[in-house]
Each structure stands twice: as C-alpha cells, then as structure tokens.
Design a protein around this ligand. Structure first.
Ligand SMILES: Nc1ncnc2c1ncn2[C@@H]1O[C@H](COP(=O)(O)OP(=O)(O)O)[C@@H](O)[C@H]1O
Ligand SMILES: [Mg+2]
Length: 413
C-alpha cells in the first residue's frame, strides 16, 4: 500500500512539529511537506500534490479558507482537513463551503488525527475515481500498471547512489519478480557492472555507435543479464566513449526500455549535465540520496530548488543513506529542506564492503540483514510494493524510541 502523503499548514512552527510527531509512527501516513501560510500552502500543494492537507484557519497573507478554496480548484487530488479551535464554527461552515472534506477541533489525539486522515483520504479517492470514470465514460484505463523510471540523483559523489540503485534494482527483480532494467548513466565512472560482477563486452557507447535510431531488438542485444533476473545497460569503458552518448539518445533508449520493463532504475553521475537533465525530465521518481552532513545538505537544497524550477517536486523523494554515522540530526535536515525523508538506510560498512568484495549485492547475500530490510522498506515507502516492513534498523534506533514515548501526547489548543 502506498502511504498517504500529507502536508501540514500552520503559521506556528511548534504546531507543525506537534502534528508531525503525532503522525510519526503511522506507517501508512507520511508527512511530505509543510507550509507556514495560505499562499505557501497553495504553491506547495501545486508542486507536491499531497493526498491530504491539514489546514489551519487563521494565518497571515492568505487564510486557511482562501487557501482551501484555491487548492480544491487547482489540486483536485488533494483532500483538505481543517484544523480549528473551539468557537470557530462560523469559519468552519465557510471552510466546508470552500471545499474542505472534514474538520478537526483541537485538542485531538494521535488516533483521532490519523483515523480522520485515513477516512478523508479514502472518501476523497473514491469520489475522484467516480468523477474520473464519469469523465472517461467508456474509455477504460489501461490494464497494465504503468512502468516507472526511477533515478538516483545527487550532485555529491559518495552518498550511495550506485549502492542503492544496484540493490534496489536487484531486490525488485529477485524478490518481487519484476522486469527490471538497470541503466548505468554515470557515463564516465560507472561501476555497476563491477558491483554485479558482470563481465561486459559492449556498453551503451557501442549501442549509440551501432545506429542512429533504436528499436527494442537492438537495445535488448546490449542488455547484460544478471543472475537476479535484472538486465544491465553498462556504462562506457573509457571517458572518450562516454562522450559519444547524448541526451537525445538517452531519451530514445529510455522510451524503449520503459515499454518493456516494469522498472527502469537509473544511476547517474554527480552533475547537472545534459544527460542528467534529460533523465530527470523522463523520470517518474527522482530519489535524492543524501547523508547526514552539511555538504550533502547544501547539495540537496540546491537540487530541490532546481527540481522546483522544473516543476518536478511531485516526483522527488529524499532518501537518507548511511544513517547513524553521526553528523546532522535527522529532524534538523528535514527542517532545513522542508521535506521529510521518504526512506532511511542505515550505515553498515561490513555488509556493504562484503557485498562489493564478493560482487554480490547485499539484497542477495544478506537477505535477512538490516540493509535488505531497509531496501524492502524503501520499496514500500516509494509505493513499489505492498508489503509493509515493521522492524527496520532505523525504527529500532534510539531516536525513534525516544519519539515513540511522545506518541501518546495529544495536541493542545
Ligand atoms: N549504507 C551504507 N553503509 C555503509 N557504506 C555505504 C553505504 N552506502 C554506500 N556506502 C559506501 O559509500 C561509498 C560511496 O557509495 P556509492 O554508492 O558509490 O556512492 P555514489 O554512487 O553516490 O558516489 C562506497 O564505498 C559504498 O560502499
Ligand atoms: Mg556512483
């Protein structure tokens, strides 16, 4: 099940944090954005397109009623729950008229909040489906689930893009029996073939030399099978060969792969180059990988700004890798980026080094290990699998346990 993506709108940061805390342990609910006033709420909702928006009424600039009115027009897929204090009945009526799906009066408990979110989300989705079916009439939607292009991105090297791309792809192929292609678009220093212990004769550079236009048979003949069932399109062997590959060919290759695979997982070079910009444009999910340090934080902030400019925020997700090795606090990173982590992968030097030395991804060699659990949890949080993971290494961390204690607290007015 895909988690319900929630946005919190309130001018008081403390209130936003309280609400975030109340929802922290609801595995099926994920806070994906925050806004501090109505105007910010409307623009963030347009970008992030959350499932449910928790909306305060009294706010500077544009109040919650005005914001709700605009959001229900512009972002029809988002349901709005108004959060009010006692005595705002008159406002509440206006809010419901503006299109809010429900309201909650403070104080409320964690359970009341999460139950309301689930209920409103379900009702809203049902209504949207009904409307959609009415609109499309006889045109039944395609039966085949959409295939997805999933890209690991960060302009900082060494954050774990390649490690995560490889293991995610192999996990989806081996454990979920999906048709998966891994594309190594780190053209100058791609090393997925090494991580997979695959010996290669030809690469994407040979493919682009072969013909001006591609079809599946041609692209397929350059894919190298891995024992997991995934197929690799390897990176060029030399920097000179890397220069042969251009954005327009990248587009052709990806369109062909998307036709035939459930998932196309792309590893990228740490740069804003033509290839990466094309890849980001064509991606369905952009996984921004980061660590707990100031440099990656700065790189990620810039990346988010750029994704915003291109209007790609709805497909961006944050993945914190090597969690636990110290450095910045998770909450501080999320605050600075104004976005929550979608998934967290712990630091585990032994597992990762062993798997590189053996040329076997850890999702195969350590199927029960914490790293595989983290990848499995990531597929769930990204909506790629339905099986929820209860016991991740990160859930068991001291940090999470501390927060757990606060879970039963309820919101004051
Ligand atoms: N979760 C992790 N725990 C421990 N080491 C990791 C983890 N993720 C990556 N590494 C190590 O960090 C280094 C950089 O990872 P890599 O995937 O090559 O990053 P990138 O592709 O972003 O440059 C590698 O040596 C890799 O083995
Ligand atoms: Mg890499």
């Amino acid at each position: 099940m895909t988690p319900i993506r929630v946005m919190i709108v309130d001018d008081l940061q403390n209130t936003r944090e309280d609400i975030r805390r109340l929802l922290h342990f609801e595995e099926d609910i994920q806070v994906v954005a925050e806004a501090g006033d109505g105007i910010e709420a409307v623009s963030t909702a347009r970008e992030v397109r959350p499932d449910v928006i928790l909306m305060d009424i009294n706010m500077p600039n544009l109040d919650g009623i005005g914001a709700t009115e605009q959001i229900t027009l512009d972002v029809a897929e988002s349901a709005v729950i108004i959060i009010s204090i006692q005595g705002e009945q008159d406002y509440l009526r206006k809010a419901m008229a503006a299109g809010a799906g429900e309201y909650l009066v403070k104080p409320f408990s964690s359970n009341e909040l999460s139950d309301t979110i689930r209920r409103v989300n379900e009702a809203h989705k049902k209504r949207s489906n009904l409307l959609y079916n009415l609109k499309v009439e006889d045109h039944t939607p395609a039966e085949k689930p959409q295939s997805q292009i999933i890209t690991m991105f960060s302009t900082k090297g060494g954050v774990g893009k390649t490690t995560l791309a490889t293991n995610l792809a192999v996990y989806l192929a081996a454990e979920q029996k999906k048709k998966v292609a891994i594309v190594d678009f780190d053209l100058i220093s791609g090393d997925i073939a090494i991580l997979l212990n695959i010996s290669i004769k030809s690469t994407v550079a040979d493919l682009v030399l072969e013909s001006e236009t591609f079809d599946f048979t041609l692209v397929n003949s350059f894919l190298v099978p891995h024992m997991s069932g995934a197929f690799l399109l390897p990176a060029p062997l030399t920097p000179e060969q890397a220069e042969l590959v251009h954005a327009q060919q990248v587009e052709q290759i990806l369109e062909i792969l998307k036709e035939s695979f459930d998932y196309v997982i792309i590893d990228t070079a740490p740069a804003y180059n033509d290839i990466n910009l094309k890849v980001l444009e064509l991606s369905d999910l952009i996984l921004l990988v980061l660590n707990q340090d100031l440099t990656t934080l700065r790189h990620t902030k810039t990346a988010l700004d750029i994704l915003k400019t291109f209007n790609y925020m709805s497909k961006a997700r944050l993945i914190l890798n090597q969690y636990g090795k110290g450095g910045l606090k998770l909450t501080d990173i999320e605050k600075a980026l104004k976005l929550s982590m979608t998934a967290i992968v712990p630091e585990d030097n032994n597992t990762v080094k062993n798997s590189i030395n053996k040329g076997t991804p850890f999702v195969i060699s350590q199927r029960q290990g914490q790293m595989t659990t983290a990848i499995k949890d990531m597929t769930y949080k990204l909506g790629l699998s339905v099986e929820e993971v209860k016991e991740t290494a990160v859930n068991n961390s001291v940090f999470t346990k501390l927060l757990f204690k606060k879970r039963s607290t309820s919101l004051g007015s």
